[in-house]
Every structure is written in structure tokens, then in C-alpha cells.
Write a protein that binds this ligand. Structure first.
Ligand SMILES: Nc1ncnc2c1ncn2[C@@H]1O[C@H](COP(=O)(O)OP(=O)(O)O)[C@@H](O)[C@H]1O
Ligand SMILES: [Mg+2]
Length: 475
């Protein structure tokens, strides 16, 4: 393999259509949109974010070693710090065109993942599973939106064997333009659930929006769809309508092409036996939870479709770990024992709440203490919010929770339904739960902390970590 820069200056100029001021002297070995974590030699694209305009940071980026900056509003200070590539339009268009160019020269297999929950987990599993067969490029974190997708594309080396892209949406119409850039050979929809339901009239509309992913699949491509979803028939129909001939289903359903035969749920992993399109497989998944076991079926289906080595992929899945805030388990020392903490603070919706409660129940099975849920509001549910919060009661009961601590106006709906013996504390702001938790937690307790990112449950996790030392093992 020839060791070459990710982008040559000529390729960059051609893709962005910009005019160069100054001379590019460094090999361009990466693409950045955030000057705070820019590596020397990367091209800095000055895009407008939710809060800041990247143009404010161009001089900073160049001073930090950027090979060149792509801007639409040049200043003398930028030219002095230079080199800069001046484009007529929003630099985001330049990034998109870089993404398209990178996609065009890549000869590997490209996989796109969408779904209401499980995109990042599935993407991470694919990254690990495919890396066992060849070089694999994948989205960082949840870079799945109008800038995350072109950024990930523009960073894809031309020699990678596999590209894995997470594609997300908050509204209808967002997936179509993104998937048309990615042009996946394989499109996965993990599941349809009530995430961002507030922006839609019904779950069916969410299914329609997710089905947009089929519109960008290559002509010989495949769709991987959840057989257990109530929307399976609809999604399969949409895939066919989009011209996809090969549909692979996954799930517990007896007709699933990738079928879960058995799963043993352990506190920190699952042992799975599955039929993967006619091949019997038994493997260990390094992430706990029945929901993750199901995601892994989509992964193996995609691995097989991509022509990668299935046995190596299954072996590699033993080594995956939950991404930050999505099921990481740790033990914290408290008095003469420990608390098991399940950090699910990254995000929440009804589906993933239920999955997290079940996971805590599995992890707590061998422990003597209480099962405690510390919950923040699930956001973006619109008029469905109050009822969906009330609906959590059932799965708290099923998983035998002893206490609930809750923060936020929506969680009050759930709180009011709880028997007083289960009411720990309700507050408006998540931070106000911290003193009560620090006082009330006992050795042996198992605690899940979960809420939408905007409900700020992460700081609650951090406060516990700050107060209690990590403990090595279970009681
Ligand atoms: N198939 C699934 N069903 C229910 N919950 C899931 C599923 N996959 C993941 N989750 C949970 O959903 C939350 C978000 O997971 P993540 O993989 O980050 O999804 P996304 O990228 O779609 O937001 C986590 O709490 C995770 O444990
Ligand atoms: Mg994600």
C-alpha cells in the first residue's frame, strides 16, 4: 500500500472549488471542524455550528498547525496566518463535496446505520467486527448529522476496505441528502421507536423518515431490517420500492434471516447462539443486554453481506465495550462495600429506558442490595411526553426496582404513579438529586442513571464518581 496524504492540495482545491491564498506545504492528513481538537496537518473547515461560526477560529486553527483552512469570509488576519482556501459558498458545501469525492474514490464496502436507538452501538460493533477482516473507517462518536456525515466521508482513506457510517435524524427529510452522499452498499435500520417523537405525528412517520435511508443504497445493495419490529413489513416494502432486491431480516422471529436462537444475559456480556443466513454461530458479545444482542445480529448480517469473514467478526465481538454513557458499568466504594453504577446518562427514550432497566436487573441479580433508578426527563417527545413517562412504570415493576429518584417536569408524571415506598426523591433540576443520593446510597445497591442529554444526568454520574472511589470487584 502506498503511503500517501489523505488529500493532496490539488484534490482539495478541485473538490471545494476554492481559490488558494498562500502555499500548502504540509501533507494533508486529516479533516477537522473543531480547532480545539485539531491535529497538525489537518485541513480546517470553517463551518457554522449551532453556537459558533468556525470563521472565528480559523487563525487559531492555522496557528495550531492546520495545513490549510477552508473559509468563505476571508480576513487579512487569516491570510497572514494562512494558507487559506476561499470558497464562494458556505464551507459546509465544500465539506460535502469533499465527502462526495472521497466516496467516489473508495472501492471498499460501505455500510450505513440508522434507527431510533442503537445506531452508535451497532456502528461500534461493526467497526470492531469488520476490522478483523480489513481496514475499517467509521464515524467518530455519534457524528451522524449534516456535518458529521460529510466529515466522516471526507476523512475516509481511499484504501479502506470497509466504511461504516451512522446516519441520524430529528426530522423528516434529513436522512435522504446524507445517504445520497454515503451511497451505502448495505443500509441497516436497527429499530423504530419513539425517539424525537415530538417532531412527528406518529411512530409510522418515524418509520417513513428512517426508510429514507433506502433511497441512497447502491443499485446492487442490500437492506438489513429488524424482523421483530411492527414496521418490518412497511420497511421491507419501502426497501423494495427503492429498488433494493436483497432484504435481510434479523431478530427473534422464526422467519428472520439472521435469527437469535438463544441468548444468555450476563452482567457484562451476552452469550449468543444465532443462525446467520444459514450458518450456525455461537459467540460472546462484550456488551450486556438483550437489546445489544439484537443489534449484534444486524452486525453479523451486514458482515456477511459485505463479504467479510463471519467467524473472525463473531470472535472480535467479544472485545467490544459499551460506548461512554451507554451501559458502562462500574463499582464504586461505599463504606464497607460497593455500589454498582450503570451509566446510561448519554441519552434516553422509552425504548432505551426499558432496555436499561432490564440490563440493571440482570447486573443486580447476584447482588443483595436495592435496585435504584435515577431518571431525568426524556426530551423531544412533544405531546406524547407525559404518557410515555408514565409508561415507564411497567418496566420498573417488571425489573423489580426498589427506589426511584427523578428529576424534571416530565418525570413528575411517573413519580406521581409510584407507591410512596418506591419514591426516593423528585426534584426539578438533576443536580439537586446529588445530595440525596450521596446520603441515601448503601453498600450493595445497584443504580442506573439515565435521561436525555439535555436533562443533564451526566453530572450526577460525575458527582458519584467524585465522592466514591472506584472499587475493584463485586461484594
Ligand atoms: N436495539 C435497542 N433497543 C433498545 N435500546 C437500545 C438498543 N440499542 C441501543 N439501545 C440503548 O439506546 C441508547 C442509545 O444507544 P446508541 O447506540 O447510542 O443509539 P443511537 O446512536 O441510536 O442514539 C443506549 O441507552 C443503549 O443502551
Ligand atoms: Mg448515536
Amino acid at each position: 500500500m502506498v503511503d500517501r496524504a489523505l488529500w493532496t492540495a490539488q484534490e482539495l482545491i478541485a473538490a471545494t472549488g476554492g481559490t488558494l491564498h498562500g502555499t500548502i506545504t504540509k501533507p494533508i492528513n486529516g479533516v477537522a471542524i473543531d480547532s480545539r481538537n485539531l491535529n497538525s496537518g489537518e485541513v480546517f473547515i470553517a463551518i457554522k455550528g449551532d453556537v459558533h461560526d468556525g470563521h472565528q477560529f480559523v487563525v487559531n486553527a492555522l496557528n495550531s498547525g492546520a495545513a490549510v483552512a477552508v473559509v468563505s469570509k476571508p480576513t487579512d488576519a487569516m491570510k497572514a496566518a494562512g494558507p487559506i482556501l476561499v470558497v464562494a459558498d458556505d464551507p459546509l458545501r465544500g465539506l460535502e463535496n469533499m465527502g462526495r469525492a472521497a466516496r467516489a474514490w473508495n472501492k471498499g464496502k460501505v455500510i450505513a446505520v440508522t434507527g431510533s436507538v442503537g445506531k452508535t452501538s451497532t456502528k461500534e460493533m461493526l467497526h470492531v467486527a469488520l476490522s478483523a477482516s480489513g481496514s475499517t473507517h467509521a464515524s467518530v462518536a455519534s457524528f451522524n448529522n449534516h456535518w458529521g456525515v460529510p466529515l466522516t466521508l471526507s476523512r475516509m482513506g481511499r484504501d479502506v476496505a470497509f466504511g461504516v457510517f451512522e446516519i441520524g435524524m430529528n426530522h423528516a427529510g434529513e436522512i435522504s441528502p446524507l445517504v445520497k452522499m454515503v451511497k451505502p452498499h448495505i443500509a441497516i435500520i436497527t429499530t423504530i421507536a419513539a425517539s424525537h417523537l415530538g417532531h412527528f405525528k406518529s411512530l409510522h412517520e418515524i418509520a417513513e423518515a428512517k426508510a429514507e435511508i433506502f433511497s441512497g443504497v447502491t443499485s446492487d445493495g442490500s437492506a438489513v431490517i429488524n424482523r421483530d419490529s411492527e414496521f418490518f413489513d412497511f420497511l421491507a416494502h419501502e426497501a423494495t420500492n427503492a429498488g433494493i432486491q436483497n432484504i435481510v431480516s434479523f431478530g427473534k422471529h422464526e422467519k428472520a434471516d439472521v435469527r437469535l436462537k438463544q441468548v444468555a444475559l450476563h452482567p457484562t456480556c451476552c452469550c449468543i447462539s444465532a443462525d446467520v443466513m444459514g450458518e450456525a454461530m455461537a459467540f460472546k458479545l462484550g456488551m450486556p443486554g438483550a437489546h445489544m444482542a439484537l443489534n449484534s445480529l444486524a452486525v453479523l448480517g451486514a458482515v456477511k453481506l459485505a463479504g467479510a469473514d463471519l467467524a473472525r467478526a463473531a470472535l472480535a465481538l467479544a472485545d467490544v465495550a459499551p460506548p461512554k454513557g451507554r451501559g458502562v458499568q462500574e463499582f464504586l466504594e461505599i463504606r464497607n462495600g460497593n455500589v454498582l453504577l450503570l451509566d446510561e446518562s448519554y441519552n434516553a427514550n422509552p425504548e432505551s429506558m426499558a432496555a436499561a432497566f432490564a440490563l440493571l436487573a440482570t447486573a443486580a441479580q447476584a447482588r443483595k442490595g436495592r435496585r435504584i433508578a435515577v431518571l431525568g426527563d426524556m426530551l423531544e417527545l412533544g405531546k406524547f411526553g407525559p404518557d410515555l413517562h408514565k409508561g415507564l412504570l411497567k418496566s420498573l415493576e417488571e425489573n423489580k426496582f426498589d427506589k426511584v429518584y427523578a428529576a424534571g417536569p416530565l418525570m413528575q408524571n411517573l413519580w406521581n404513579l409510584l407507591p410512596s415506598s418506591q419514591q426516593g426523591k423528585w426534584v426539578l433540576q438533576s443536580a439537586d438529586l446529588i445530595p440525596a443520593l450521596l446520603r441515601h446510597l448503601n453498600p450493595g445497591d445497584s443504580v442506573v442513571i439515565k435521561g436525555s442529554l439535555g436533562s443533564k444526568m451526566g453530572p450526577v454520574v460525575e458527582a458519584l464518581r467524585k465522592q466514591f472511589q472506584p472499587a475493584k470487584k463485586d461484594d
